[in-house]
Design a protein around this ligand. Sequence first.
Ligand code: ADE
Length: 232
Amino acid sequence: MRIDIVTVLPELLRSPFEASILKRAIEKGLVEVHLHNLRDYASNRYKQVDDYAFGGGAGMVLMPGPLDRCLQALTSEREYDEVIYMTPDGHPLKQAMANGLSLKRNLLILCGHYKGIDQRIRDLWVTREISIGDYVLSGGELAAAVLCDAVIRLLPGVLNDETSALTDTFQDNLLAPPVYTRPREFKGLKVPEVLLGGDFNKIEDWREEQAYRRTMERRPDLLNLPDGSKME
Ligand code: ADE
């Protein structure tokens, strides 16, 4: 897989790919991540990429010109399966969406800033708009990092048995059950007996019940909404 990310703050997007699982995925050649500074596509000598919003109101808007030139340059080199725009008014990111995107070859991600990007770039280029939650970040960079992490860890060969994605929260529309490691007793709290017994059927039953209980308590919406399992 190849991911290209267009941003006005490339420095904000370097460290997520320089540690742990994402770093290893890149080193193993399972994914390439390329950062593109939008200012490199500015046309005036001030490297201007944003301007006031027509109609007034607070906040700047990323201009269509630099974005369009950047998109022309990138798409002339390869075909992208998706041009994604990270925005709080996008479709909410769900595990099913990450699963679907992990099957693609080339992804291009646009990070917004200030009030966002000119609507015409969304109309002309963007194939998918994604929000990582109902809150507003200062820009799309951290949201893009979240999306990349959620997608890259699903690529075959990125996780090993110990970190397998198959038992993740959300993979079966349930939250994950509690987990314990050594010691068996910590500050008076004991590891549940069933996990120490070695009866794998009993352990599976216990985990399922705990996952269900946790989901009921915290996210009952996951239990009865079928659209959690859809790509959109
Ligand atoms: N940009 C700013 N806030 C965002 C959010 N919640 N999701 C995706 N992109 C964003």
